[in-house]
Each structure stands twice: as C-alpha cells, then as structure tokens.
Design a binder for this molecule. Structure first.
Ligand code: PBG
Length: 340
C-alpha cells in the first residue's frame, strides 16, 4: 500500500496536467456569493474618488448609488456593507450623527431596500469613529491620568445606532468598535425593539492594524490623538482571537469576523477550526486593496492574478465570506473562469 503511494506509481503532476483536471480537483472555490462589497455613502450630490483607494468612490445617496448597486447585482454580487462619510461640522464628541434616522447610512439603507428589496442583503457598520469629532470608536472621557474610552457608555450608543439601521432596513448590523459587551448590548436592544430577525455580523477579532490607513482617509475616521491599541487587538496574538470570537458567539453574534485578512490567515484558520459551525467572515481591508493597486500601477505585478490568488488564499484559510473592495472586479474576472 505504502509502496503504491510513491513514485513512479504516483505522479502528482497528472492532477495538474490541464485546466479541466485542475478545476476538477481544486479544493477551494470562490464565487460572487462569498463576497460582501463595501460602499461609502456621503452627504451632498457629487461622487468623489478616494485617492488612497484608486478606483473606489464615495457615493451620495441617489440614483447613481442605485445604478452602482444594480451593476454589482448584475455581476452576482448581492451583499453590501455601508459606511457613512460625514463632513467635520456634523461630528460631535458622542457621535450623535450615527443614530440620526436622517443620516446618510439610514437614508441609503431605505433607498436600497425600497429599490431592491430581498434581492440585496444589506449590512451596516456600527461604530463611532466615522461620527465623532475626535475620531475614536468610543466615547472619550478624561481623568487625572489623561483620556480613556468609556466602554459601557459607548456600547449603549452602538445599540441606538443598530436600532436606527434596523429600522431603516439593514438585514445585518456589524459592530466594529471592539468594545467589550457590544454584541450583547446590541442583541438585547434590537430584540426589545422587535428586531429579532436582524442579524449581527461581529467584527470579533479586529486587530490594531496599519492596513486600515487608506480607509481612514476614505471615511475621514482617523483618531485625532492617540491610537486604537486599547480596544483593537494586538497583532502578536492569535489565541486571543479564540476568546474574542467565543465571547461574541456567546453574546449572540450570527457571523464572526477576522480583520484584516491577508496578514491574519492563521487566525482565520484557527477560528474556523475551533468553531466549525460558525460562519466566519474575513475583511480584506483597504490596505490590502491599495497595496495591490499601487504595485499593479507601477507595473510590478498582475492585478487580476494577485487579487484572485489573495482571495482564494483567504477562502483556503477557512473564511466563508470575504469583505473586499475587489468584489465587483472579482465577479467580472470569475465570469472568464479561474486563472489557475
Ligand atoms: C471602523 C472600521 C474601520 C474599518 C472598518 N470599520 C477602521 C478602523 O478601525 O480604523 C477598516 C476597513 C478597511 O481598512 O478597509 N468603523
């Protein structure tokens, strides 16, 4: 038996001889169904190009946004996560604009649900950094030692935000602030408001990562002082991700997320193997997108091949869903088949 498992009886190259056999034995699949496309929505009427994310735009809530979503839908991308981008003068220390029913995110949710109904699945990011004037993901309080984030006050604001988005038509809310107890607070508040069917995709293992740089420019959400290391995870830790995911599942998360993706494939794998029954999402973040864009523009590498190889790697590691700025391109590229 063992002898038969060796050369010359076994020639692994037979299974690589041509594309048909390679496709037949491929272990990993990637389809538009696996993808969630981020959309930045803004006040005003002009579409803005995001310089730090070439080929990506901020969309005012209106007919152009509808067209943008329609185009993605026609390619098979049907899941979208919305981020609000606000001018500085609407922001305040408590991020009140985040739960204003007339804010950009609720407006966009209503428009897209009215237009597309059940043809789209809408996720809404729940955080404060897009809405606070200081740019932190929570309420900042000061004491003798300086500033800190008031965890418990923050999660009650997240809960208000979540209800506002549920009311506006979100299918899932996605708390990304890494406060303790945020999933529980949101679940309880949604339930008592009658939104038991609205799901939670929790950013469970979200690292304090420099890969978010281009997003913070895109969403004008960089902290004005300090950093996010007292709430986002330390990049040196993997086992701690199991704890974070376990807590979020216990608090009622329906989908858990690891973020970023490419530099954290081991974490994705660990989470999937520890909780095989839990849907795992991975966020291929702005820095991952912009790195490929920049290198491709410089002529150093092939954008399509690198983007696809990366996304297959994230799926191979164990992600069921991938949030990616390449969602549309990938859907288009996959129409021509896999490149392998
Ligand atoms: C926080 C949030 C961030 C991202 C998604 N939600 C930024 C942060 O934590 O600073 C980053 C996404 C990306 O880089 O693509 N609301």
């Amino acid at each position: 038996m063992l002898l038969n498992l060796a050369y010359p009886s076994v020639r692994p190259r037979r299974l690589r001889a041509n594309k048909l056999i390679r496709d037949a034995v491929a272990e990993t699949s990637l389809s538009p169904d696996d993808l969630i496309m981020p959309i930045f929505v803004k006040e005003g009427s002009s579409i803005e190009h995001i310089e730090s994310m070439p080929g990506y735009f901020r969309w005012p809530v209106g007919s152009e946004l509808v067209k943008h979503v329609e185009e993605a839908l026609n390619l098979g991308v049907n899941k979208f996560i919305l981020f609000g981008v606000l001018p500085d003068d609407i922001k305040d220390p408590e991020g009140r604009a985040g739960y204003d029913p007339e804010g950009v995110v609720p407006k966009a949710l209503r428009l897209l649900k009215e237009t597309f109904g059940d043809r789209v699945l809408l996720f809404a990011d729940v955080c404060l950094c897009e809405y606070t004037d200081h740019g932190h993901c929570g309420i900042v309080v000061y004491d003798k030692k300086g500033w800190k984030i008031d965890n418990d006050k923050t999660i009650s604001i997240y809960a208000k935000e979540a209800v506002t988005y549920a009311e506006a038509g979100a299918d899932f809310v996605a708390p990304s602030g890494m406060m303790d107890g945020q999933v529980r607070a949101i679940r309880q508040t949604l339930d008592s408001a009658g939104y038991t069917d609205v799901g939670i995709m929790a950013y469970s293992a979200k690292y304090a990562s420099a890969f978010y740089g281009p997003f913070r420019t895109a969403a004008a959400s960089a902290p004005k002082f300090g950093d996010r290391r007292t709430y986002q995870m330390d990049p040196r830790n993997a086992k701690e991700a199991v704890k974070e995911v376990m807590l979020d599942l216990a608090e009622g998360a329906d989908i858990v997320m690891v973020k970023p993706a490419l530099a954290y494939l081991d974490v994705i794998r660990l989470v999937k193997e520890t909780f095989p029954w839990a849907p795992v999402a991975a966020y291929s973040v702005s820095g991952e997108y912009s790195m490929i864009k920049a290198a491709a523009r410089a002529g150093y590498l092939d954008e399509r091949l690198i983007a696809l190889e990366t996304l297959y790697a994230i799926r191979r590691a164990g992600a069921d869903l991938i949030l990616t700025y390449y969602a549309r391109d990938v859907a288009l590229w996959l129409k021509e088949g896999t490149p392998f």
